[in-house]
Design a protein around this ligand. Structure first.
Ligand SMILES: [Zn+2]
Length: 353
C-alpha cells in the first residue's frame, strides 16, 4: 500500500515537473533595436521581459539578405507593432526592415531584411538585465555588414526598379548662377555633381532624366526665369517619381556656410525627400546643416511629383568654394543624393526617425 502510494506520488511529481517546464512563463519581447556596433557590424538587441530564455530557445538562419530568428517560449508583445522596433543612424544603410510575428503558440519569429546579404556567421549572445544601466534582459546579435559604410553602390544594383528620377543642375549657359571668390561657378558645380549622381543612380537601376547635361540654357538664352524654369519642369516625363534640383548658395558675407534642402510648403512627400537628402548630405557632405526648409521655388511648386531643391553649400565661402570644386567632394555629394533616393524608395515603415 505504502509502496503503491509512493509510486503514485513520484509519478504525480514527475508529471507536475513536466507541466511546469512546458508552461514556464513565456518571455515577452519589449523592443528590437538595430544600431551600428562599429563601422562594419550592426548590432541587433532584442529586449524581453517576464520569462527566461537560454541559448536552446534561440535559433538563427540566414538566407540571402534575410535573417530569421526563431524564439521558443516567447510572445512578440509590443514589437509586433511598429512602436517596438527601431533602426538607428548608420544601421539604416544596411538594415531595411524588421518584422516580428507569432508563428505558433509561444513562438516568435523575427525577420530582419538587410539591403544586402550579410557576411559570415551571426553571433548570438544573451545579456542579463542590468538594473544600474536600466537595461532589460536582451538577446544580442552581431551581424557583419557586407559593404564599406559609405559604399552604397555595391549593394543597390537593382533598388531603383526603373523608377524615374529627374536631376536638374541649376543654372547653365548664359546664367552662371553664383560665382565664388576664385571664380568657381554655381552652374559648373551643379552640373558636375548632377552628372556624378546620374551615374550612381543609373547603376542603382533608376532611369535618370537630366534637364541638361552640358553648359546650356534649357529653354534659351535671355528668356524669363519662369520660361527657363518651366522648360526644366517640362523635361520630367508624365510618370516621374522624383524631381531634384541642385544648386549652390551665395551670400554677400563670405562667412555664410552650410548646406540646406528645400521642399514646397505643405508637400508631405517633398518634405520627406528633402529630409532624407538633408540627412545624407549631413552624413557624407559633412558641412554645417542649415536644415530642411519650405519655400515656393518654381521647380518645386510646378513639378507634378515629389520635388526638392538642394543648396549644396556656399560658393561664396572660400572653404566651401574649394570643396564644391573638388572632384572627391562632388563624388561624396553625388553619393549622398543617391543614398537619399534609395532610402526614399526602400526604407521600411519601422524607422522611427
Ligand atoms: Zn542657384
Amino acid at each position: 500500500m505504502l509502496k503503491k502510494f509512493l509510486t503514485c506520488f513520484t509519478l504525480t511529481l514527475a508529471l507536475l515537473c513536466a507541466a511546469t517546464t512546458a508552461f514556464a512563463k513565456p518571455a515577452e519581447l519589449t523592443g528590437i533595436n538595430a544600431f551600428d556596433a562599429d563601422s562594419d557590424t550592426v548590432r541587433i538587441e532584442i529586449s524581453y521581459d517576464g520569462g527566461k530564455l537560454d541559448s536552446g530557445s534561440i535559433s538563427t538562419d540566414v538566407k540571402g539578405d534575410m535573417l530569421s530568428i526563431d524564439l521558443d517560449n516567447t510572445l512578440p508583445g509590443r514589437v509586433s507593432r511598429v512602436s517596438g522596433t527601431q533602426i538607428q543612424g548608420g544601421a539604416r544603410d544596411f538594415v531595411e526592415k524588421i518584422f516580428a510575428n507569432k508563428t505558433q503558440e509561444r513562438h516568435t519569429r523575427i525577420q530582419i531584411h538587410f539591403r544586402s546579404a550579410p557576411e559570415g556567421n551571426v553571433k548570438v549572445a544573451l545579456e542579463p538585465a542590468n538594473r544600474s544601466d536600466k537595461k532589460s534582459a536582451r538577446i544580442v546579435l552581431d551581424v557583419k555588414k557586407s559593404f564599406a559604410a559609405d559604399d552604397w553602390t555595391t549593394f543597390s544594383s537593382s533598388s531603383g526598379d526603373g523608377r524615374i528620377v529627374v536631376l536638374d543642375p541649376g543654372h547653365g549657359g548664359s546664367d552662371a548662377g553664383a560665382i565664388g571668390p576664385t571664380g568657381v561657378s554655381e552652374k559648373s558645380v551643379s552640373l558636375a555633381v548632377s552628372l556624378k549622381a546620374q551615374k550612381l543612380l543609373t547603376a542603382s537601376g533608376y532611369r535618370v532624366v537630366m534637364t541638361r547635361t552640358t553648359d546650356v540654357d534649357v529653354a534659351a538664352p535671355g528668356v524669363s526665369d519662369a520660361t527657363e524654369l518651366q522648360a526644366r519642369v517640362d523635361k520630367a516625363p508624365p510618370n516621374t517619381d522624383l524631381f531634384i534640383s541642385v544648386h549652390c548658395n551665395a551670400f554677400s558675407n563670405g562667412k555664410a556656410n552650410g548646406m540646406e534642402t528645400y521642399h514646397a510648403p505643405g508637400a508631405v512627400k517633398g518634405q520627406r525627400l528633402a529630409r532624407l537628402l538633408n540627412e545624407e548630405l549631413e552624413r557624407l557632405g559633412g558641412l554645417g546643416n542649415r536644415g530642411v526648409k519650405a519655400a515656393r521655388f518654381y521647380v518645386m511648386t510646378h513639378s507634378k511629383c515629389p520635388a526638392s531643391l538642394i543648396e549644396l553649400g556656399f560658393i561664396t565661402n572660400p572653404r566651401e568654394e574649394k570643396l564644391l570644386a573638388s572632384n572627391d567632394y562632388q563624388q561624396k555629394l553625388a553619393q549622398a543624393i543617391t543614398n537619399a533616393v534609395n532610402r526614399y524608395f526602400n526604407q521600411g515603415g519601422f524607422d522611427l526617425s
